[in-house]
Design a binder for this molecule. Structure first.
Ligand SMILES: Cc1ncc(COP(=O)(O)O)c(C=O)c1O
Length: 443
């Protein structure tokens, strides 16, 4: 074949402009979006409309736990949709029952309610708490500063960040914030109206801050003493992201009932969490459906029947389709040992990122989290960044995006890595070297 000289130019598609225009004209502008129009994905990569490939270390903000276009998810969607997509919760369906049993098996004795999102799962926990305290007139839920629990009206009241509340006053009553990881503050905050304490096992939007083992055990003891429900928000940090099904199971592994570490998790055998530790309620969403919308909350056995017939409902809660997908995801995670992958590869990534903090101390300040929930804390003032109204986190994420890696900002200075649980070592290595290049260019 004859060579064409000079080579023909690459095609230039203007989908980017046309899609943006559709948004500008028709979509409520409530999101600050990056300049990127995505069209498809495969595994740990997504592609934009011009065909450019990005390593997706943000995972749809901790959602795409099996990456993109996973054949098992596609298969479950196709097979179940041929049978039954939706029926009302006026009837029983097998996938919902089976998924509830799988979740109970992984958390502890109790029952599960299904819904559609993280905010809605937390909403169920607020209602559970109100029902629990109702006859005594107790209704107040303590949550942590810098927490994030969703964008419904009660969600923003529960969230310990002013920026989500502003403009939507008056706040739903019955929420008060306490400093995270401060047991004494929690004890002092309990009032006669308090009915529950809700925290994230690892704060996500707040900047990847794990609760300490002592805090979790102390809150459990406080809740028992004061007759409060201990509620955990596992929406972002759950579903094996930390290497265990729920983050409290990772935080408390190898820890005895007094909060002392009894073995090195990296060396010795892994002990179960202290046998008497369980929260009273736990919310889930995000990775539960791997991108298909589903949320859920689990309630510990003694309280599992508090929300009786007629007290709580949602049309799409636990559809056969959503539950079939969630069941398939659990099966893949188990057969492919992805919890261990998240733990080992994630902890390897953490060590690599920590070495960047040593090499480029003017750029990277600290690294937090574990498994595939990592936060890279940047310096407030990075010399390489021009003065801008964009935060260091957003500027760093944009730089990585230009280099072909997607990450998620949290707060002003944190970059979150929340990759799929089946991320490959080569992909982890690619991500780390791109992050290193970005840090080096700014040092
Ligand atoms: C810890 C936590 N809780 C709740 C939510 C709200 O979930 P959703 O956006 O599905 O309503 C989020 C979302 O980022 C979250 O990170």
């Amino acid at each position: 074949m004859k060579e064409i000289s000079p080579a023909p130019p690459a095609i230039v598609r203007n989908d980017y402009e046309s899609v943006r225009e559709l948004f500008t004209k028709n979509v409520v502008p409530s999101y600050g979006r990056f300049d990127l129009v995505l069209s498809h994905g495969a595994g740990s990569y997504v592609f934009d409309v011009a065909g450019r490939r990005y390593l997706d270390l943000g995972g749809g903000i901790a959602v795409n736990c099996l990456g993109h276009a996973h054949p098992a998810i596609t298969g479950a969607l196709v097979e179940q949709s041929k049978k039954l997509i939706h029926v009302s919760n006026l009837y029983f369906t097998e996938p919902q029952g089976k998924l509830a049993a799988e979740l109970v098996k992984r958390i502890g004795p109790g029952k599960v309610f299904f819904c559609n999102s993280g905010a809605e799962a937390n909403e169920g926990l607020y209602k559970l708490a109100r029902k629990f305290g109702h006859d005594e007139g107790r209704f107040e839920i303590l949550t942590a500063t810098n927490s994030f629990h969703g964008r419904t009206l009660a969600g923003i009241a529960a969230t310990g960040q002013d920026k989500v509340k502003k403009g939507f006053e008056p706040a739903v009553p019955g929420f008060r914030h306490i400093p995270f990881n401060d047991l004494e503050a929690a004890r002092h905050a309990v009032s006669p109206a308090t009915v529950a304490i809700l925290i994230e096992g690892v704060q996500g939007e707040g900047g990847v801050l794990p609760a300490t083992a002592e805090y979790l055990l102390g809150l459990r003891a406080l809740c028992d003493e004061k007759k409060l429900l201990l509620l955990l928000d596992g929406v972002q940090c759950g579903h094996y992201r930390t290497g265990k099904f729920q983050s409290f199971q990772r935080i408390l592994e190898n820890v005895n009932g007094e909060g002392r570490r009894v073995a090195d998790p990296n060396q010795g055998s892994r002990h179960a969490v202290p046998p008497d530790f369980l929260p009273d309620g736990l919310s889930m969403a995000k990775s539960l459906g791997g991108g298909f919308p589903i949320g859920a909350f689990w309630v510990r056995a003694p309280f599992a029947d508090l929300l009786g017939p007629g007290t709580h409902a949602t049309t799409y809660g636990g559809t056969p389709l959503a539950c079939a997908v969630a069941l398939k995801i659990l099966e893949v995670i188990e057969t492919e040992n992805l919890a261990d992958n998240a733990r080992k590869l994630g902890d390897w990534m953490k060590r690599e990122l920590e070495s960047l903090a040593q090499k480029y101390p003017g750029v990277v300040k600290n690294v937090r989290g574990f498994g595939f929930m990592l936060g890279l804390e940047l310096h407030e003032k990075i010399p390489g960044f021009a003065a801008s109204d964009r935060t260091p986190a957003v500027q760093f994420v944009s730089r990585l995006q230009a280099a072909g890696v997607l990450t998620i900002p949290a707060g002003n200075q944190i970059i979150r890595l929340l990759p799929p649980l089946n991320l490959k070592p080569t992909e982890a290595g690619e991500g780390i070297s791109k992050i290193e290049e970005a840090a080096k260019s700014l040092a």
